[in-house]
Design a protein around this ligand. Structure first.
Ligand code: SAH
Length: 251
């Protein structure tokens, strides 16, 4: 029997305008879409009215569907001869578990194609006017995952500091541990940072402050997921601060 294809598709950080043309086409043509919780309703609205939308929404601490079950679902759809669009926030291969889904497809002998998306880091940086690299300020850029699991085992030494930009995904809940970890590694307490919540969505917020103030900032402003923490001198450059002020004035 003819197998379907699994498309791992990046939906970008929120704004439907930031979809690739290929992602938009695959969504519009899909009969079956399996999506996670980060995919914006405005993007799901681009699907055909008779498409089957299956949510496998994952929220920190209560996983609706375990990853193995998601893999099995995708493979079962494809083995039944149906093409399936697996739609993910941002890029499928940046903290998106796309690697596991690709491997599951390969193991089952099912064709799997990947459509990249704009990851939260590049989307948020653009929206907040923060150049992640800058000839005068940063030539090293690192993405890390800040969730509890394994946080204390991870070696972040040297990832943040002068000439470097560190972007932390999934770090809101662990902001206090993150600040402590980085300062214990020798990062200056006054190293500038920005927290960007709901980037590329109408409700986006950008907060700025020194590293030592991160836990307080997150608590006082009740920062919620999804948000990114960007650490480094690039977040304090005048142009980027002015861009945020302009954004706030326009809101
Ligand atoms: N594959 C996704 C990342 C998934 S991990 C990507 O490439 O962007 C989920 C984390 O991504 C969130 O906890 C948050 O840190 C970040 N994130 C996703 N969308 C975001 C948004 N619109 N604004 C800020 N952070 C976002």
């Amino acid at each position: 029997m003819h197998h379907g294809t699994i498309h791992l598709v990046g939906a970008g950080p929120g704004d439907p305008d930031l979809l690739t043309l290929r992602a938009a086409r695959l969504i519009a043509e899909a009969r079956t879409i399996v999506h996670d919780g980060l995919v914006d309703a405005a993007i799901l609205a681009l699907a055909s009215p008779d498409a089957r939308l299956i949510s496998v929404a994952k929220r920190r601490s209560h996983h609706t569907m375990p990853q193995d079950d998601i893999n099995a679902l995708l493979v079962a759809e494809a083995l039944a001869g149906r093409d399936v669009v697996r739609l993910k926030g941002g890029d499928p291969f940046v903290f998106g578990r796309g690697g596991e889904e690709l491997e599951a497809a390969r193991a089952a002998g099912v064709r799997c194609e990947v459509t990249p998306g704009i990851s939260a880091a590049t989307g948020a940086a653009a929206a907040a006017g923060i150049a992640l690299t800058h000839r005068d300020a940063a030539s090293v850029l690192t993405f890390v995952a800040g969730q509890c699991k394994g946080l204390s085992d991870q070696d972040w030494t040297g990832l943040a500091g002068k000439g470097r930009t560190l972007v932390i995904y999934m770090g809101v809940k662990t902001a206090a541990q993150i600040a402590e970890k980085l300062m214990a590694d020798g990062l200056a307490p006054d190293m500038p940072l920005a927290v960007i919540e709901n980037a590329c969505r109408p409700e986006m917020r950008v907060l700025r402050g020194p590293l030592a103030a991160l836990p307080d900032m997150v608590e006082r402003h009740a920062v919620i997921s999804p948000a990114l923490i960007v650490i480094g001198d690039v977040t304090a450059r005048e142009d980027s601060v002015l861009a945020t002020l302009a954004l706030e004035a326009a809101a």
